[in-house]
Structures are given as structure tokens and as C-alpha cells.
Design a protein around this ligand. Structure first.
Ligand SMILES: Cc1cc2nc3c(=O)[nH]c(=O)nc-3n(C[C@H](O)[C@H](O)[C@H](O)COP(=O)(O)OP(=O)(O)OC[C@H]3O[C@@H](n4cnc5c(N)ncnc54)[C@H](O)[C@@H]3O)c2cc1C
Length: 431
């Protein structure tokens, strides 16, 4: 009987499969979609490889970077590494905020220097932000009780301007959750890992290719050359417990396995409720946040002043210049996180975003085509005190993996990879 099945070919499932294969285990991975990658996948559009959403990785994504290394990917050829820099413009005025870490200094001084010398905000406010970070570091970035990030910022006298220019954009980018409901502890975990250890941890890493070419294709090739099997377009409809393990049922076949890692999204656990009713209860209390990415193609010579820029008092939050980042000249990717449902059609939204960009960057005036993608359940809502399930499940020989399981990170590629590796290690420990 084949030994281990992995259901779901997103980052968690792929990381689990690669880890098991590396240790000589025979793995069969099932992915319902036509491509691997789940919520981080590429697709072909208008002659270009795009992603279902513009992603940003951090230097602190240790396990993701190790996974890429394991499957033979050379980081510098596939990722653009930018030292941490924020350049943010205000649609409502002429204000501009910028903060650059100092590459000559070690962590945490590189970022403290950046805060102290930030442009567009007063000295007292910068000092309060530095004082808060130092206080957090002294307390090992650990709170006695979780609270909303907004309430923590207020307790530490962070000014409305500092919140608007710095903390809110960072919270939306990292947790995809509004400040008033975002878990301060999870935000501090990200700050700790990015700012407090090595200065390169705060670097931004941006794929030079689409995410499938970056991550899933090399992992699939690695699995293939290690006797593991990958089945795409194969949705598992039922998981039937048996005396020796589980039978996985698709629309036209049945497969028997000794152990399973269920690496589908948190809301997808309910699909197995008929035979495994306790699974759904693990995540029934979760809620979700959307992310919309608006791709706007301009003439090839069009460039932003910086490869990545933020915006406030606007619908648009971040714009990535894919010409500078991944050789797609003139293509901008605008990210709108944790937004309310739009009343605009996709066309109207693209026009509205293009108008904002034209107002902030006069060189962005002539859109050739656009593509809007909304992922309604892009991430779980990383709310205060959210209880997240462990990798072990209420059923024997069945583990769960995904960005939502218990861990320090919000819903991110790194969170999913860590969860997949941890689930794989648990499977091996139990054999
Ligand atoms: C638009 C967007 C932007 C994002 N930006 C960032 C970012 O900048 N940085 C960052 O780190 N993270 C970002 N994220 C989050 C990151 O993409 C996710 O946290 C991560 O990809 C989740 O991986 P996962 O494996 O846990 O789950 P998923 O990717 O959801 O994988 C689950 C897989 O299981 C499959 N599946 C489900 N049911 C079945 C079944 N019955 N049979 C077979 N297969 C099944 C699904 O098709 C899917 O492929 C973003 C996400 C989105 C959507």
C-alpha cells in the first residue's frame, strides 16, 4: 500500500511533500486545481506570467528559503532582494513619508536608524516609535495578553500620523487584517523576526518570475526525481477511515494510504465533514479577509520612482513596478488588502485605481490594458486571540497543514511552509 498522501498542493502541501521525499518517504500529492501553488500561483495572461496576487517575501522567511535551496533553486536568480525601504505618498495632499534601513549597521540598529531619520514625520513621533520598538525588544516582543494592534499602539503613544504612515500599512501588508482587530502579538512576532536578529531579515524579496515558476514547479520536479507522485486536477471528494489508514475517493478512483496530511485551506476542511466531522470544528470560528490585485499595463518605458511604493488615503495601498522587479516593462501591480466588498465592477475598479496612480505619479497616465483579481479568502483574518489548531488532528494518522495552523506567523508563505514541514516531521516521528 502506498504510504503517505498529501491532499492540497499549496505551499504547505508542497513543503510537506518535499520534506518527506527528502527523508526517503514515498508520497502521493493530490491537487484539485490545474496548477500547483494554491493561493500563491502563477497564470498566463496577455503573453505574460502573472500571479493570482502580487506577493512579497521577507529575508526572515528562513524555511521558505531553505526549501528553495533543497529543491535546487538559486535564490539570487529568482528573487529580487531590496533592503527594507518604505516610500509612501498621500493621495489627499503633497505629503510623502520615507524610511530606509541603514545597511551599514547591524540589527536592530539598522531599522532604529531608519526610524530616527524617517522623512515626512516629526522628531517627537519618530522618537516615540523608536522608544516603542526598544521597549518591545526589552520585552522579547512578547505580550502577556494579546490585544488589538490599535490598542497596543495607543497605549504606547504612537501618534495618528505614525499609525497612518507606518504601522497601518505594515499591519495590512503583514497580517491582511484591519488594525482594530489585528492580533498585536502576531504583528510583534513579524517585527521580531524581521528587525531584531539579522539586518537582512528585514529585506524584501520579490519574485523575478511568477510564483509557480519560482516555487511549485521546482518542488514538483524534485518530487518527481525522488519517486513521489503529483496528481493535479484531482480533487479528493471523500476521505474514508479504514482499519489500515484511509481511502481517498476522487470522482473516478479510490486510493488507499497509511497516513494523510490534509493541506487544504482552513475553510475547505468542511468538505470532509461527512466522514471526518471533527475536522470542520477546528476552523469553524475562522473568518477571512480578501486581497485584490489590479494589474495595469502602461507603455514599456513607464517607471515608478522606486520599485515599490505605498499609498494612503486611497483605495490603492501598494504599487509594485514589475518592470524594475521582474522584467515586465511598464506593468504595475496594485495591491488592496483587507478591503470591504467593492460596489464597483472590475472595470470601474481598474479605472479608479488608474486615476489614483495618475494623480500620485504623473508618468502613469496611459493604461493599455488591465486585469483585476480578487481573492475573497486570501488569508484568515488574523484577529486578537485567534485559536489556531495544531498539526495533529482528532483522527489517527491524519495531520493538517496550512498557513492557519498554530504558529508565530500570520497567513503567509512562510507560515504555510513551516506548517507543512512540521506536519511532515510529525508523520515521520509517528512511523
Ligand atoms: C492575493 C494574495 C496575496 C498574498 N500576499 C502574500 C504576501 O505578500 N506574502 C506572503 O507571504 N503571503 C501572501 N499571501 C498568503 C499566502 O499566499 C498563503 O498564506 C499561502 O499560499 C497559503 O498556502 P497553504 O498551502 O496554506 O494553502 P493554499 O494555498 O490554500 O493551498 C491549499 C490547496 O489545497 C487544494 N485543495 C483543497 N481542497 C482539495 C481537495 N479536496 N483535493 C485536492 N486538493 C485540494 C487547493 O486547491 C489549494 O491548492 C497572499 C495570498 C493571496 C491570496
Amino acid at each position: 500500500m502506498p504510504s503517505i498522501a498529501i491532499v492540497g498542493g499549496g505551499m504547505a502541501g508542497l513543503a510537506a511533500a518535499a520534506t518527506l521525499s527528502r527523508h526517503g518517504q514515498q508520497v502521493t500529492l493530490f491537487e484539485a486545481g490545474a496548477t500547483l501553488g494554491g493561493r500563491a500561483r502563477g497564470f498566463y495572461y496577455n503573453g505574460l506570467q502573472l500571479d493570482n496576487g502580487q506577493h512579497l517575501l521577507l529575508g526572515a522567511y528562513q524555511q521558505t528559503r531553505q526549501l528553495l535551496q533543497l529543491v535546487g533553486v538559486t535564490e539570487s536568480t529568482v528573487l529580487t532582494r531590496l533592503p527594507m525601504q518604505l516610500h509612501i505618498k498621500d493621495l489627499m495632499g503633497k505629503h510623502h513619508f520615507s524610511l530606509s534601513s541603514n545597511p551599514a549597521l547591524a540589527a536592530p540598529w539598522s531599522i532604529l536608524w531608519g526610524l530616527m531619520t524617517a522623512q515626512g514625520i516629526g522628531f517627537v513621533e519618530r522618537w516615540q516609535a523608536v522608544r516603542w520598538l526598544v521597549w518591545m525588544r526589552l520585552h522579547h516582543f512578547t505580550l502577556q495578553h494579546d490585544q488589538s494592534l490599535m490598542s497596543l499602539l495607543m497605549t504606547h503613544q504612537q501618534s495618528p500620523a505614525m499609525i497612518k504612515w507606518l504601522w497601518e500599512p505594515l499591519c495590512l501588508a503583514a497580517l491582511n487584517t484591519p488594525l482594530e482587530q489585528a492580533s498585536a502579538q502576531v504583528f510583534l512576532n513579524v517585527l521580531r523576526d524581521s528587525f531584531a536578529k539579522n539586518k537582512q531579515d528585514a529585506d524584501f524579496l520579490i519574485a523575478k518570475t511568477d510564483l509557480s515558476s519560482l516555487i511549485s514547479t521546482p518542488i514538483a520536479q524534485y518530487l518527481g526525481s525522488n519517486n513521489s507522485q503529483v496528481n493535479i486536477k484531482t480533487a479528493i471528494e471523500t476521505i474514508q477511515p479504514t482499519t489500515q489508514g484511509y481511502t481517498l475517493v476522487t470522482n473516478d478512483a479510490e486510493y488507499a494510504f497509511e497516513a494523510i496530511i490534509l493541506a487544504c485551506g482552513p475553510h475547505q476542511l468542511k468538505n470532509f465533514a461527512k466522514t471526518l466531522p471533527k475536522l470542520h470544528r477546528l476552523t469553524a470560528h475562522f473568518s477571512y479577509q480578501p486581497i485584490t490585485t489590479v494589474y495595469l499595463q502602461y507603455p514599456a518605458q513607464t517607471m515608478l520612482p522606486k520599485p515599490m511604493m505605498g499609498m494612503v488615503n486611497s483605495l490603492s495601498q501598494w504599487v509594485f513596478d514589475r518592470g524594475q522587479l521582474c522584467h515586465q516593462a511598464g506593468l504595475m501591480a496594485v495591491v488592496i488588502s483587507a478591503h470591504k466588498p467593492f460596489t464597483l465592477t472590475q472595470n470601474e475598479l481598474a479605472v479608479a485605481v488608474a486615476k489614483e496612480l495618475a494623480a500620485l505619479f504623473p508618468c502613469l497616465s496611459n493604461v493599455i490594458w488591465h486585469k483585476v483579481i480578487t481573492e475573497k479568502r486570501a488569508t484568515f483574518s488574523c484577529d486578537v486571540g485567534l485559536s489556531r489548531p495544531e498539526n495533529s488532528s482528532p483522527y489517527p494518522h491524519l495531520w493538517i497543514a496550512g498557513d492557519y495552523t498554530a504558529g508565530a506567523y500570520p497567513a503567509t508563505i512562510e507560515g504555510a511552509v513551516r506548517s507543512g514541514i512540521q506536519a511532515a516531521n510529525s508523520v515521520m516521528a509517528a512511523r
